[in-house]
Design a binder for this molecule. Structure first.
Ligand code: UDP
Length: 337
């Protein structure tokens, strides 16, 4: 079932993305049952694209796309990105398959590296054979524990290549390098958004998969302690999912964005303690804040410079943090009984 809140948010995305570019196109979405992938599938199916969503459900959820499986322009393929096989030709590929949650990717570090390296190579070959536009979901994590904040695309990053987060960071850095090489050697039409923290309905809150924001919301709604790591002074910049998805789809459709590496995110930086306080306030929860040790190599600050994105696709975020957080809480409230 698709609920009203998501329907309303999808309308917002649809009003900012060019339907004509996607209508009738054959589109592959790797990680199509994941948080961001499933939103893209929703928009594409509505726009009349022929969509193949590939997912191995290691982190994605069937419930994110259940409502699409009976549509005749949607097909779900249950497969690992490292050894998938699809016969069709594609015009556009959104390559989002990844292990993005720190606790989960640290527990599955080899798979995380292979998904970004072997998986991205397979997708690059497929896109090359098809002469397709390929959008690769890179990440703010390529900057590591950045010394330049707000961070522009020109910053090379400060990453520990053998640290606990390296499987994700270095995997994505390899993915970027590989696709830049494909673009140079074969003329592959790539777009490489570096996606900063994104939140909203469908962001996983559970177990190893949970991210700070969705975990806090779930903890507050179920009266569990809010687990703040360290003293909570580390920052993140949170972008509501409709803004991120609009940016990704506009980038895919934009010729100006061809070959570009570009930050996608919101420039409002908040501390994790501030986030915890807002969640407590907006849920009127009686949960306590519990301070736990800060994980190793946890980036101190994270905030993008988005001037390039604005220039390329004339984008700016539409959803204020408080509004997005309240919508997210509303959505999770409907799921938590
Ligand atoms: N964090 C936290 N409590 C949690 C989960 C995460 O305080 O239960 C912190 C984490 O240490 C990091 C920030 O919140 O500083 C954002 O974590 P998230 O899991 O969302 O992913 P990240 O942005 O680090 O990739």
């Amino acid at each position: 079932m698709i609920d009203n809140l998501i329907m309303e948010d999808l309308e917002k995305i649809k009003s900012s993305v060019p339907r004509d570019f996607f209508c009738g196109k054959k589109v592959l979405v790797t990680g199509g049952a994941g948080f961001i992938g499933s939103w893209i599938c929703d928009v594409l199916v509505d726009f009349g694209a022929n969509v193949v969503a590939l997912d191995d459900f290691s982190t994605g959820r069937r419930s994110n796309v259940d409502h699409l499986v009976l549509k005749n322009n949607f097909r779900l393929v249950d497969s690992d990105i490292c050894n998938f096989d699809v016969e069709e030709r594609f015009d556009v590929v959104f390559h989002l398959a990844a292990h993005a949650s720190p606790d989960e990717y640290m527990a599955n570090s080899i798979q995380t590296l292979l998904t970004s390296s072997v998986g991205t190579h397979r997708v690059a070959e497929l896109a090359r054979r098809n002469d397709a536009v390929l959008l690769f979901a890179s990440t703010s994590e390529v900057y590591g524990d950045a010394e330049v904040v707000p961070t522009p695309e020109s910053y090379w990053g400060k990453v520990n290549p053998i640290g606990p987060r390296s499987c994700y960071d270095e995997g994505k850095r390899f993915g970027e390098a590989l696709l830049v090489a494909y673009s140079k050697q074969y003329g592959l039409s790539v777009r490489i958004p570096r996606i900063f923290n994104t939140y909203g309905p469908r962001l996983r809150e559970d177990g190893l998969y949970g991210r700070a924001l969705s975990r806090f919301v779930h903890q507050a709604l179920t009266r569990q302690p809010i687990t703040v790591f360290g003293d909570g002074s580390q920052t993140r910049s949170f972008c509501y999912v409709t803004d991120t998805v609009s940016a990704l789809m506009l980038l895919a459709a934009s010729e100006k964005a061809e070959g570009e590496v570009v930050n996608v995110g919101n420039i409002k930086e908040v501390t994790i303690l501030e986030l915890a306080r807002k969640v407590l306030e907006f849920t009127a929860s009686k949960s306590e804040v519990e301070f736990l040790p800060l994980p190793a190599d946890d980036p101190r600050r994270r905030c993008p410079v988005t001037a390039k994105l604005e220039r390329l696709i004339n984008w700016s975020p539409n959803v204020e943090f408080d509004e997005g957080l309240k919508r997210t809480i509303l959505w999770f409230s409907g799921k938590t009984h």
